[in-house]
Design a protein around this ligand. Structure first.
Ligand SMILES: [Zn+2]
Length: 191
């Protein structure tokens, strides 16, 4: 009973790990994975054993890839992903950010609990919500305040996809310059 509460607490706080203070079935006094409730030492030992057998990990990966390609499974996974994004958009943002960081060689040191999603975009004041299907201007997105500093707590905030696309890699002065120019070329009645 107590273990379930600890895990629930960790889920509510958005922590990926939690501690029960008690040893696992195999006697490790190690943290547990919030998602599975399993001991992290057990999980890593199991993974090592599995990977040590030649060809086994490759076969597991190949089977998983094949499974994900089956239309009904792909549909289920897409529906599950959508539900998860709506319930808590932080998971999706974290996964995408980690992928971007790896691709761009940017420093990444974020956890779920470092991301705070406000009700409205702090830059544009428009409501933030996860749309039905594709991302919209109102989708919450993770913004690095200073891009070169990477994804570290304190350097990220959640803003709308629209604000993020306006900001991109421009400096505040450049954004102001573009706005000033746009006002001169955009007829007032078309704004
Ligand atoms: Zn264990």
């Amino acid at each position: 009973m107590k273990r379930t509460n600890k895990r629930k607490e960790a889920q509510d706080l958005g922590l990926t790990r939690y501690s029960t203070g008690k040893p696992c079935r195999r006697g490790h006094t190690a943290p547990r994975n919030t998602a599975s409730g399993n001991c992290v030492t057990c999980a890593s030992e199991k993974a090592k054993l599995r990977a040590a057998v030649p060809g086994v990990q490759e076969r597991i990966n190949a089977n998983a890839r094949k499974r994900r390609k089956q239309p009904e499974i792909a549909e289920q996974l897409a529906a599950h992903g959508k539900a998860l994004r709506r319930k808590d958009p932080r998971y999706h943002m974290l996964v995408l950010a980690k992928r971007r960081a790896k691709r761009k060689g940017v420093y990444f040191e974020l956890r779920l609990c470092d991301i705070v999603v406000p009700s409205h975009c702090p830059a544009l004041g428009i409501p933030l919500f996860v749309g039905d299907g594709y991302s919209s201007q109102n989708s919450p997105t993770l913004d690095r305040y200073i891009p070169s500093m990477g994804y570290v707590p304190g350097n990220v905030g959640v803003i709308s996809a629209l604000a993020n696309s306006i900001k991109q890699n421009a400096t505040p002065e450049q954004i102001q310059a573009v706005a000033k120019w746009a006002l001169t070329v955009w007829p007032e009645h078309l704004r």
